[in-house]
Design a protein around this ligand. Structure first.
Ligand code: HEM
Length: 505
């Protein structure tokens, strides 16, 4: 085959021409978007890049947004490339967005890299607001994550957590990597609830998911200049994402095919894939407007799996870290768990509701370390006014729940870990107290709370009941590193390694 090489002078001419064309397009669009609107206040912008330079130099977006909001206010406008963004940093403004104007802000932006990972945004988290999303959300709330369904997974949780305790006991007195152990447990629970019995896919799927999630931390330049379609073709991240997606897809299709083959086996317990397949069939026979394809099911399974694993393990690890740093809290939580379960001699789910102090430890952990510090980005569906300012259609909205949770105007000793503040307090994470919204609020609020809480509570209760905990090699409690990772979910940067001492009664 003959290879055509463009002569250098022609190539330079074409490249320069393209560059000028792109520049012209960006300037035109940028000028249009910044015309005479009364936008919320924000830092000064540079031509073409807007505020990108101000956030690129800072380590973590939620930290940077908090610092900027202290200067520009709780409803702040940023221009990131071509895209208008609003950063919300107070309970009052969060309520405006997620309650008063919820219908305007309940869309998700169409992001380049998530589109690849979520079968063209046909999952629940990233699908556009509309009939298709409503259908998925209904299945989720009524079928997949209902209190009854969550209760049906009780034996899975108890078995997986008991395996965690056994494996920690086996390393008694030596350093244990709690991060690895807790991740295995929470992903184990999610995988068994989603796919049924432990199977050959589980380990491979966990690895492929972790790889895909770590990639999701990147912001693609393509999403900052959506009008320049050429950037999509040139993206290097695209190749990595497509590879990660292909690996996940092979496993997910295998799981679905396995389930289709064994559907008529009588002894089989129903898992979440079975529920989805039943729905797919009923939906097909009723000639629904939105029949669910296998790809749609795979997108939903991915949501349930990642929703259940990464967030819950993050909360558990931050809770253990905070308790190690605050030994008085650890002592009080241990005393409560031991008082409630000593009569029985083991921890199970029946008495978890009596652990009032532990519940407050979990709430306090999510105040200081919400697993999604900026929630999931939203997008306005039409032009609207908030607090006297104009918000253009298709503005990206990020709610800085991390900053709201640490704001001394709403929390006494805001930076200290004090679970007592939640004991006997009416403040809850159900989406009505806007100073505390780790699960979001409004139409797009997390539907997985009932699934998440026992996933966190049971393992923590067991870790506190069976073990005392020490830091390795004479480290002092206050020296424990609390640095965060960057990404859509924010966990501990360094693995939590502790020494367990088995409690002997
Ligand atoms: C501690 C654990 C969890 C936390 C902190 C958490 C937090 C969140 C947050 C902040 C959102 C976005 C809300 C918004 O945009 O306003 C969300 C959405 C979502 N979560 Fe969770 N989540 C957790 C566990 C789970 C679990 C266990 C599942 C399912 C098994 C789940 C499934 C979902 C789904 C499907 C959505 C998308 C909802 C939509 O866009 O309509 N989450 N979650």
């Amino acid at each position: 085959m003959e290879l055509h090489i463009i002569p250098f002078s022609n190539f330079t001419f074409m490249a320069s021409f393209l560059f000028i064309l792109v520049l012209f397009k960006i300037v035109k669009r940028w000028r249009c978007n910044n015309s005479t609107m009364n936008l919320p206040p924000g830092p000064w912008t540079l031509p073409l890049i807007g505020n990108i330079h101000q956030i690129i130099s800072s380590s973590l977006p939620h930290h940077c947004f908090k610092n900027l909001a202290e200067k520009y206010g709780p409803l702040m406008h940023l221009k990131l490339g071509e895209v208008s963004c609003i950063i919300v940093s107070s309970p009052e403004m969060a309520k405006e967005i997620m309650k008063t104007n919820d219908l305007t802000f309940c869309n998700r932006p169409n992001l380049f890299l998530t589109t690849i990972l979520t079968y063209n945004n046909t999952d629940i988290v990233f699908s556009a607001y509309g009939e298709y999303w409503r259908q998925l959300r209904k299945i989720c709330v009524i079928e997949l994550l209902s209190a009854k369904r969550v209760q049906s997974f009780r034996s899975i949780r108890e078995e997986e957590v008991s395996n965690l305790v056994k494996s920690i006991s086996a390393s008694e007195g030596s350093v244990v990597n709690l991060t690895q152990k807790i991740l295995t447990t929470t992903y184990g629970i999610s995988a068994r609830a989603a796919f049924g019995k432990r199977n050959i896919h589980q380990e491979a799927f966990i690895l492929a998911t972790e790889k895909a999630l770590s990639l999701l931390g990147c912001v693609s330049i393509v999403d900052l200049y959506p009008s320049i379609k050429m950037l999509r073709r040139m993206s290097r991240a695209k190749t990595k994402f497509e590879k990660a997606q292909r690996d996940l897809d092979i496993i997910l299709q295998d799981i679905i095919d396995d389930h289709k083959r064994s559907r008529n086996e009588e002894s089989k317990d129903e898992d979440l894939v079975d529920v989805l397949l039943n729905y797919q069939q009923e939906n097909y026979h009723s000639k629904s407007q939105h029949p669910l394809t296998d790809d749609n099911l795979k997108a939903v399974i991915q949501d349930l799996f990642t929703g259940g694993g990464e967030t819950s393990s993050g909360v558990m690890l931050w809770a253990m870290s905070e308790m190690v740093k605050n030994p008085k809290v650890m002592k009080e939580a241990q005393a409560e768990v031991r008082r409630v379960f000593d009569g029985k001699g083991f921890v199970d789910e029946t008495e978890l509701h009596q652990l009032i102090y532990l519940e407050s430890v979990i709430k306090e952990t999510m105040r200081l370390h919400p697993p999604l510090p900026l929630l999931v980005p939203k997008e306005s569906r039409e032009r609207c006014q908030i607090n006297g300012y104009e918000i253009p259609a298709k503005t990206r909205v990020m709610v800085n729940v991390w900053a709201i949770g640490r704001d001394p105007r709403y929390w006494v000793e805001a930076e200290s870990f004090k679970p007592e503040r939640f004991v006997n307090s009416p403040i809850d994470f159900k989406g009505t107290d806007f100073e505390y919204i780790p699960f979001g609020a409004g139409r797009r609020m997390c539907p997985g709370i009932a699934f998440a809480i026992p996933n966190v509570e049971l393992p923590l209760a067991q870790l506190l009941y069976h073990f005392d905990w020490k830091l390795p090699s004479g480290m002092k409690n206050e020296e424990l590193d609390m640095t965060e990772t960057s990404g859509i979910t924010v966990g501990r940067k360094y693995d939590l390694c502790l020494i367990p001492i088995t409690r002997r009664t």
